[in-house]
Write a protein that binds this ligand. Structure first.
Ligand code: HPA
Length: 271
């Protein structure tokens, strides 16, 4: 199993040695959402650079390169502060390393979060979206060349990739926390440039609600490795909005990040 995940045993050993309890849930924290790691109990961290198999993470503002173990809502978690992005030149397989590592250390669930542009006219800055499905428009796939879990069958079903039971738990938790949760389809594009207005109109036409440059490779790999997946986008801007800048995306992320952190802890308490 470890061989087909492409995760060195030393990385598995490092994570399990770091964690006070073996993690059951992995959480990828997107732009501006790193704060969740600060409220974990028994938290311990290590830089990605200390893990042999972790692809080099480029230096983009707002993306730390750190792994944090700890406990949230009494659930042992493995958190990734910062992603491997394909727009920095990584392959889709490399971008999926957090998912592959999560599977290799025995996590059963992957929660992905990201900052995204709002494509639907119903979404606004600060909205939290429960991802119901995605469109892989990145032009790549983390599973190309992968032989499949038992060799010879790489054809992974992607229906209900975002687990319906977990989504229901998220909706109940949001209601209890008095948080409004929109539902939406995430379109993953390669980046790093933002979309043109014509591209955003196209995305709206084909049924996307939010757009971003991450998440898709991790989710595909997670499903291939049998992890259950839950995903959230924080709408940081209207896609192709006027004067769109990375610093605005980060600032909008900070404002609504507390709500998303609260929601996440409420969900973890129910798992
Ligand atoms: N487009 C793509 N990725 C993004 C955006 C956007 O508008 N906002 C945050 N990440």
């Amino acid at each position: 199993m470890t061989v087909s995940l492409g995760v060195p045993q030393s990385d598995v050993d490092s994570v399990l040695a770091l964690a006070v309890s073996p993690p059951s849930v992995a959480i990828v924290l997107g732009s501006g959402l790193s704060g969740l790691a600060d409220v974990a109990a028994d938290s311990r961290s290590m830089p990605y650079a200390d893990l042999k198999g972790f692809p080099a993470v480029g230096n983009v503002v707002g993306h730390a390169g750190r792994l944090v173990t700890g406990s949230l809502g009494d659930t042992p978690v493995l958190m990734f502060q910062g992603r491997v992005h394909q727009y920095q030149g990584s392959s889709a397989w490399e971008a999926a390393y957090p998912a592959r590592l999560a599977a290799a250390v025995g996590c059963e669930t992957l929660i992905v979060t990201n900052a995204a542009g709002g494509v639907s006219f119903d979404l606004h800055t600060g909205d939290i979206v429960l991802i119901s499905d995605h469109m892989n428009l990145m032009g790549t796939n983390p599973l190309t060349g992968w032989p499949g879990p038992d060799g010879g069958n790489p054809f992974i079903p992607m229906r209900d990739a975002y687990d319906p039971d977990l989504r229901e738990i998220a909706r109940v938790a949001a209601a209890e926390e008095n948080l409004t949760l929109a539902d939406g389809v995430y379109a993953g594009l390669l980046g790093p440039c933002y979309e043109t207005p014509a591209e955003v109109a196209y995305l709206r036409g084909v049924g996307a609600d939010i757009v971003g440059m991450s998440t898709v490779p991790e989710v595909i790999a997670a499903r291939a490795l049998g992890l259950r997946v839950l995903g959230f986008s924080l709408v940081t801007n209207a896609a192709a909005g006027e004067g769109l800048s990375h610093s605005e995306v980060l600032e909008a992320g900070r404002v609504a990040a507390d709500d998303l952190s609260r929601l996440m802890i409420a969900i973890l308490r129910k798992l």
